[in-house]
Design a protein around this ligand. Structure first.
Ligand SMILES: *Cc1c(COP(=O)(O)O)cnc(C)c1O
Length: 343
């Protein structure tokens, strides 16, 4: 691990949840199809309960929670949230209770969406579930979580709330400073472009911040999975500023470093469109790689669109960050059968 990143994260309590560096592999047949040299960083293999990018974030949230003596973890997310599922698993491993709030963020979904995939796993992992009727009210969802926390405190518990809305210290991004250093140690930064899904933006901002801290000057391309490009770029810049304040360093990222594309976002978060369906089918049938319908298929669809129109140049080297999310495949069985398998 790089000394520069080591020094930056040293002051923050951390609970180790990953026991290995995730592999970097070639995607030879998909790369051939797109006319680029394509590799994948397998952060779907972070180890616990189907893994994903949230394991890296939770090393720091749970580090802080344990530092504060918490015995109960609270988190909010979409019904098929991967963050919620991984938080429930990590809480179990640490002997903590976990209370999860699931927001109705995706319109028009049926019973399987509400009972299978991540929801089934939340129940198996022993989380206490609440539901929240709106999906586009981050501050409201957080406020409701704090009410639950206050009630738990009243009953003698010591809750720790993982915040959803921006404006909090971006502890989760610290996990992607670690990932930047891991990529460098693996010799995986001999690429021109890194492509990833950009949702809350903590993964994107942490990785970009870490890579610039290490002096890597290549492109980090975020594919919007939740909100339009202008709003996402603004949010990423704010995250980087808050991260710099947290780490007490100058911001190593300027507006020119932030690149986001939203051309595969419509009709919106968690909804399968044709590019998403095509990306799922291509990845599976060319390289045996599974991507999830909410995040990684959309991110890969964005990469494919960029390779198709030259935003990623023919013959260049690109690294796709696979951030996990695979349990949602089963919750989206209806969409998969009607849109992906019949394509
Ligand atoms: C949460 C999530 C993302 C987005 O990460 P952010 O840090 O919220 O931007 C991407 N992929 C998967 C599978 C996720 O669960």
């Amino acid at each position: 691990m790089s000394d520069a990143i080591d020094r930056l994260i040293a002051p923050f309590p951390r609970t180790r949840l990953l026991s290995w560096a995730t592999p970097v592999e070639a995607l030879p047949r998909l790369g051939d199809r797109l006319g680029i040299d394509l590799r994948v960083k397998r952060d779907d293999l972070t180890g616990i309960a189907f893994g994903g990018n949230k394991v890296r974030k939770l090393e720091f949230y749970l580090g802080q929670a344990r530092h504060e003596g918490a015995d109960t973890l609270l988190i909010t997310g979409a019904v098929q949230s991967n963050f919620v599922r991984v938080a429930a698993a990590c809480a179990a491993r640490l002997g903590m209770d976990c209370h999860v709030q699931l927001e109705e963020r995706v319109p028009g979904q049926g019973d399987t969406y509400r009972s299978s995939g991540n929801v089934l796993l939340d129940d198996l992992l022993g989380a206490t579930r609440y539901s929240y009727p709106v999906g586009e009210d981050e501050a409201g969802a957080d406020a409701r979580l704090h009410e639950i926390a206050a009630d738990l405190t009243h009953r003698g518990r010591r809750p720790y709330v993982i915040p959803l809305s921006p404006g909090h210290p971006p502890l989760g991004s610290l996990g992607y400073l670690v990932c930047a250093a891991e990529l460098m140690a693996q010799g995986a930064l001999d690429v021109d472009t890194i492509v990833l899904g950009s949702g809350s933006g903590l993964t994107h901002s942490g990785l970009l911040f870490g890579l610039r801290t290490l002096g890597w000057r290549g492109r980090v391309v975020g594919i919007c999975v939740r909100r339009a490009a202008a709003a996402q770029a603004e949010r990423l810049l704010r995250h980087c500023e808050r991260l710099a304040a947290l780490l007490q360093v100058a911001v190593p990222v300027g507006p020119g470093d932030i690149e986001v594309h939203d051309d595969v976002l419509a009709p919106g978060y968690g909804q399968v469109n044709d590019p998403v369906a095509d990306a799922m089918r291509l990845a599976a049938r060319l390289d045996g790689m599974l991507v999830d319908p909410v995040y990684t298929a959309r991110a890969l669809a964005g990469l494919i669109a960029c390779a198709a129109d030259g935003r990623i140049a023919a013959g260049s080297r690109a690294l796709f960050l696979h951030t996990g999310g695979l349990p949602a495949l089963f919750a989206y069985e209806t969409d998969l059968r009607s849109r992906v398998l019949n394509g």
